[in-house]
Write a protein that binds this ligand. Structure first.
Ligand code: CU
Length: 148
């Protein structure tokens, strides 16, 4: 019974994300249904994907000149660790423009070398959308964090 309920939740998630039509067609194929829900969550990416919980880590890949993912969702009043990995050939950083709402900007080391990485903790206390950027590659290398 519990398993059936969980599967129902996955299908419901897929429907909510707008890809439910195919997930509902084959009632006897549990694996396909699960795979569809997983794909939907992945496709949602930073926009509507599962938000991290307290203490979880978010990994962001920096290339020349893009953040992946570029759009994140983080719950309000939740401390998460952001790890940035520079897989590009230029120096990058992640600078979150949060001073207006949080009293300070959160940021990685200002110089993350190619092949290098850095991590830092963030806690947002106000809901809304906060922009972030690489200070070296404006206006191209930018992203948003939705705090909800
Ligand atoms: Cu950059």
């Amino acid at each position: 019974m519990k398993r059936a309920m969980w599967r129902g939740a996955l299908v419901t998630l897929a429907v909510v994300l707008g890809v439910g039509a195919s997930a509902c067609s084959g009632g006897d194929d549990e694996a396909a249904s699960t795979a569809t829900a997983t794909a939907a969550a992945t496709a949602a990416g930073g926009g509507g994907g599962a938000a991290p919980a307290e203490g979880e880590e978010i990994e962001i890949i920096m290339t020349d000149n893009v953040f992946t993912p570029a759009n994140l969702t983080i719950p309000v009043n939740t401390t998460v660790k952001i790890t940035v990995k520079n897989e590009g050939s230029a120096i990058h950083n992640m600078h979150i423009l949060s001073s207006e709402t949080e009293g300070k900007d959160f940021a990685s080391n200002p110089l993350v070398n190619p092949g290098g990485e850095d991590d830092f903790e963030v806690t947002f206390t106000k809901t809304g959308v906060v922009n972030f950027q690489c200070d070296f590659h404006l206006p191209d290398m930018v992203g948003t964090i939705t705090v909800q």
